[in-house]
Design a binder for this molecule. Sequence first.
Ligand code: DHB
Length: 378
Amino acid sequence: MFLAHLLRQAGVEAVVLEMRSRDYVEGRVRAGVLEQHTVRLMHRLGIGDRVAREGLVHAGTTLCVDGEPFHVNFSDLTDGGAVTVYGQSEVMKDLNVAADRRGIEVIYEAADVTPHNLDSHAPVVTWKTRGEPQRLECDFVVGCDGYHGVCRASIPADHVKTFERIYPFGWLGILADVPPCNHELIYANHPHGFALASMRSPTRSRCYLQCSLGDRVEEWSDQRFWDEFTVRIGAQYSARVTRGPSFEKSIAPLRSFVCTTMRWGRLFLAGDAAHIVPPTGAKGLNLAVADVVVLGDALAAWYGAGDDRGLETYARRALDRIWKAERFSWWLTNLTHRFPDMDVFDRHMQIAEFAYLRESRAAQTSFAENYVGLPLDF
Ligand code: DHB
């Protein structure tokens, strides 16, 4: 949807094919931390009013190690940098309302979407709407269809290069209409495992616990969740935890994944279709936005001046940022989680890394500049 708006601004016509319904897309619970570039792009696209009004600007975060908190101040360390807490579902609503207003064509509940002739100059996409076959001839296909999507799978297997790391735990997340236990996020590393205190608004908490891969949601009653959460988040914050019934509870596995084949003929991959980060650090949505900023520019130059240099260098330029976000998400996951196969040496490395972060402004600056978002030109 970001790319559709970027292309519309450049005068390029695009059609968005969405497998799900609009209600599903606008209700789907995902991360909720926007880098400053993502917010800047929303303003640039004329969809920034609500995030400016309702988004919660966070100028820092707290890391809590074995119950001992320390604060990292992003704004001091990055010359005024900050992130904005604003749910992905809210971003989707803003994109969709503006798409309606601008007449951007979005086809919901498109079934059996299949790209064809991707290695020719005349790709075609076919799909079904309410069982009726449909067909679209186009110049380019952009696969923004996620990890399980059809686009990456359309590239011949011997041309696809991928890199992957699977983590030996999951995240159990809940949403509850209770005030957050702190005005900013808390990332906690506790002997029982990782915990994250996040939020969606001053009255809505989003909290996560590291869990075993084999755990099932039904095994985690709200009572068990809050009992464990208050232990892991540390004594200083546990007294401020307001318990309440969850209205969303799910378990997600953690994975790092990069497909370096981001172009195949007239197909370009963006977002989760090309890369997955573990959720720690909330880079997923932001990284997808960064991809389409680069791709939107490249497509605009092709349509405007017949210049294909941007398209030729898209994968290289996008991957430069992708690998850095992969590194940061991997690093923060390694720092904050208890791995089942950790030995005493690994644990000492974590303790030393935390100690260094606590004491060194240089180390904190590195953390902060990655968290608020590495530079993105547009
Ligand atoms: C959220 C998720 C994250 O992965 C993170 O690092 C911070 C916040 C969230 O969903 O609120």
